[in-house]
Design a protein around this ligand. Sequence first.
Ligand SMILES: [Fe+2]
Ligand SMILES: [Fe+2]
Length: 411
Amino acid sequence: MALVKVEKLTEGAVLAEDVMDGNARLLLAKGQAIGDKQIRVLKMWGVFEVEVEGAGPAVESDLSGIDSEQMAIVGAQIKAAFGAVDIQHPTVKEVVRLSIEYRLSHGRPAQPPAAPPKPARQEPAKPSERSTDVAAKIERIDVKLPEVPSLVFELNEIISDPMSSSGAIGQVVNKSPSLTATLLRIVNSAFYGFRSKIDSISRAVTLIGSKEVSNLALGITIMETFRGIPKEIMDVASFLEHNLACGVVARILAAHSNMAHSEQLFVSGMLHDIGRLVLCNYFPEVFQQTLAEATGSGRSLLKAEQTVLGCTHALLGKKLLNKWKLPLALENNVFYHHQPSTSPSPESAAIIQMADMVVHGMGVGTSGEQIVPGFDAKAWERLNLPTSALRSLLKQSEHQIETFRDLLRKG
Ligand SMILES: [Fe+2]
Ligand SMILES: [Fe+2]
């Protein structure tokens, strides 16, 4: 089996794996012989590479022309990013390898991911400042959490009602011109790959489905709630990049694991670190304290949160989604994404954790965390996804992530 770029495919090659579109729908089945028509389909749907049987034509290395200095810089970045996980695990090893390739071929050495804002204090928090004051503040977050925005409430009603009509979704979404515009920009992007322009939400619902549109709308609306956080506290644009990229990777992993509701994994990925925005929004000084603790101790921000707050952003995210009565599956994926084995749905939470690791490796955006905080091998192995599949999954993700990054920059 070999991974071959579509432009290098020759007639008569046979697909060794199913080919899906960005929406996880089957385009061409495993075993299909390649001819002109199949190549046209692949190009039309923006598929970049496919797995074919046999050795395939020689693929030139993406890394040709990379000098040793760049290699050394990227090597050091990756070593720092994966310092807290077992890089001898075959899956982690593959992610590390693919991350190095990605960063080298996308010019990451010259453009490292934006560092989070410098914390005001560089010293780790003193024990006396932790448990009492901060714990009380965190308890008060419960009280302070905003009421559910009406748009989120209405979208949630639609998602939980299997009988909801495409007209109903259109009516809700159209109440917000900015949401409508963002959604239409996304459905008209290469992410979905439609050839003709989609100019209304009801048309989008017909083409990509009501669940897809309403989940996408839900994720965007929740993220927008926190747009106003000052840049000195958190670079929200970079945060959005990290979380959206995580959603993209999570959906691709879910589709390849034959999981139902891959669109829910997309939203879970989009929202997985939302608890950190809650912290930045209501307790910016406590967030600064967690950053200082991470810098001072050299450990992950996740561990620093546990030290300073006695809980992590995963719990804060859960509290928010619970207060807003969002689906329990979403709440669980967010709550357990750093400890998937303990989740009632370990496979889903493991997908979010893996997506997070992949996005850290690629260096796309940041949610304040500088290193991969952990990898739950036991939960991941439940998915039975072969390590050899990661290369093509990552390639598929790259194109979709680039699409979203373009949208965010224009937005
Ligand atoms: Fe997280
Ligand atoms: Fe994350």
